[in-house]
Design a protein around this ligand. Sequence first.
Ligand code: ZN
Length: 410
Amino acid sequence: MKNELIERFTSYVKVDTQSNENSETCPSTEGQWTLARMLVKELQSIGMQEVTIDENGYVMATLPPNTQKEVPTIGFLAHVDTATDFTGKNVNPQIVENYDGNEIVLNEALKVVMSPKDFPSLPEYKGHTLITTDGTTLLGADNKAGITEIMTAMAYLIKHPEIKHGKVRVAFTPDEEIGRGPHKFDVAAFNAKYAYTVDGGPLGELEYESFNAAGAKITIKGNNIHPGSAKDKMVNSMKIAMNLHSKLPIQEAPEHTEGYEGFFHLLQFNGDVELTKLHYIIRDHDMENFKARKALIENIVSEFKAKYGSDNINLELNDQYYNMGEKIKPVMEIVDIAHEAMVSLDIKPIVKPIRGGTDGSQLSYMGLPTPNIFTGGENFHGKFEFISVDNMIKATNTVIEIIKLTEQKA
Ligand SMILES: [Zn+2]
């Protein structure tokens, strides 16, 4: 399985599939079409059925059941695009066999070195086969490792008909990194009872809770007068903005929070005397706290409207996604199966809330409860991204084991 994983993975990462939030199309970039079409061919060639690609670049396929038993249809998803934070062009994967646990020189000429001093988890990979970048691009393990593992699990099950399973659906989707992954996902066509994204990080990650998320844009109008004659006339919108910001609890910010703690995050502050714009994101795992955070912003804005005139302060508050835990807890057996699958493979499950969102956050609210499992990669979205092939084998086996257990429990 090892060489099969390396071969698939290195061929996928060579396709530049970086998404682009300034593009209106779906997929947002041409490279995603290229990889999606490659995947269609490959799904057909390994023997998957009902292989489709729709007008928005969503690839779907079926592994037909090989049992008479009534088994719920489950799905596995991964995204074809890579992050916008760092270039994904000309990815040149490097294979480190039997890693010694020390520094890895990613790029001699540019002196890019990945060291256990900066990445304390590295020594845990001693003896593993690692795939790294050449220090000039991201790797794209997020999420091409997920695609590789799902594809390899399907190829394995097709070659091993003695393993009994129900119907399995797989999907490879565009534009996760720009938050649009589920927007055009056809839940009805996918037609699974539940699914897993294979889009997590290190070995054992199992996630079923995400943030509730909203964005708040506050626009403040001032009044710019020549400073020499401004007395009692000038209204400096930046100062109103600073005052407004100071009404928020300063400890409830990303730099002071972890675990289940929510926050207000000031993303952008653009202004001059005449006009200032504040852009916040609001995050909380707990729905009541989330509502309270939104109410706090609304109340502060109302106060400022009362003081400075309702035409001069404007708030645009929009929900972005919700904690998938709300939709997954009622079907907690799907998390339990993933947990049991990992334990039976001697993998220690690491269950923790995501301090962000995933495709699963939106899909779960679209009627497809979708927790997330690990891929085996680390340091996503940058030049230090790497993946352990040993852990890719474990992720592939986890997918296979989930499929087996679903049949056994039916
Ligand atoms: Zn991802």
